[in-house]
Design a protein around this ligand. Structure first.
Ligand code: C2E
Ligand code: MG
Ligand code: MG
Ligand code: MG
Length: 273
């Protein structure tokens, strides 16, 4: 009996695994098709001056709304694209679209674009990015690339080369999700970053948790000393914005200032209607 029950459990278990594998294959196939048919779009979220509220630039965020699967988060499909070797094709299309959109913005606004860790392991990344900017006609000085600590650590030598080449061409580099990575302060010593983005995890607790407030204060002081710009991510209400401003944080981003929207709505936002 127990043997039979045991076998039964194994059957149920493997059915679940089979279902999960089927879903993964479906997702992978759908992603492949979406990339081929150019179905993945790019949206833009404003990054503002906390002092004046003025827009300084936009972060490009990938958006995929599949006919069958519905909305799929980039937190799901970007890692899948990396794993399956689609990230170059995906990222090139997204950067081209984002750069084209940025051409219709006022010239002083920057475009911030996320680089994945796989791209920082590929020595061809810098020339491919600069080639896209050249073809579109976007000045490299208007581009910022957001990377995470984990991405730099995973292939330090190649990553440093790519970053140096891009910075040499005028592209600026932001350290994304600061405070959540593995290492932290060591990388800042190497002066490969222009800007630090404080992770939403600290911002959302800034008025309820003294520790988060102290961490943000320390990050702001450190960035000032190291001559790094700072953006607070994920600001959702007035109280968070006011606290960050009072602590001397120069820039902010979050739903309070604007959710990510498509290029048409971005132009409307810029023209104030
Ligand atoms: P990220 O680069 O840290 O982007 C910020 C994420 O926070 C975005 O999620 C954004 O929509 C969300 N966010 C912004 N303001 C708020 C807020 O006030 N409250 C809350 N709760 N969330 C806020 P999203 O668009 O889902 O992107 C998730 C992650 O996927 C990004 O995190 C980035 O790591 C990655 N990603 C998105 N687009 C791309 C892309 O084109 N290329 C690459 N390589 N990665 C991308
Ligand atoms: Mg980002
Ligand atoms: Mg972030
Ligand atoms: Mg993130």
């Amino acid at each position: 009996r127990s043997k039979r029950r045991g076998r039964g459990q194994i059957t149920v278990y493997s059915k679940e695994i089979a279902q999960e594998m089927k879903r993964a294959t479906q997702l992978e196939q759908a992603l492949r098709n979406a990339i081929i048919s150019d179905a993945i779009d790019v949206h833009f979220q404003p990054i503002v001056s906390l002092a004046s509220g003025a827009v300084l630039g936009f972060e490009a965020l990938a958006r995929w709304n599949d006919a069958d699967l519905g909305f799929v988060s980039p937190a799901v499909f970007v890692p899948l694209a990396e794993e399956r070797g689609f990230i170059d094709a995906l990222s090139e299309t997204l950067l081209r679209k984002a750069a084209e959109a940025a051409l219709s913005w006022p010239r002083e606004l920057f475009l911030s674009f996320n680089l994945s860790s796989a791209q920082l392991m590929d020595p061809g990344t810098s020339s491919s990015i600069l080639a896209i900017l050249g073809r579109v006609g976007l000045d490299p000085h208007r581009l910022e690339l957001e990377i995470t600590e984990t991405a730099v650590m995973s292939s330090a030598e190649t990553a440093n080369r790519i970053i140096a080449d891009l910075r040499g061409a005028g592209v600026r580099i932001s350290l994304d999700d600061f405070g959540t990575g593995q290492s932290s302060l060591g990388r800042l010593r190497e002066f490969i970053f222009d800007k630090v983005k404080i992770d939403r995890a600290f911002v959302s607790r800034i008025n309820s948790d003294r520790a988060s407030e102290h961490i943000v204060k320390a990050v702001l002081a450190m960035c000032e000393g190291l001559d790094l710009e700072v953006v607070a991510e994920g600001i959702e209400d007035h109280a968070e914005a006011a606290k960050l401003k009072s602590l001397g944080c120069a820039m902010g981003q979050g739903y309070y200032y604007g959710k990510p929207v498509d290029s048409t709505a971005t132009l409307r936002y810029l023209h104030g209607n």
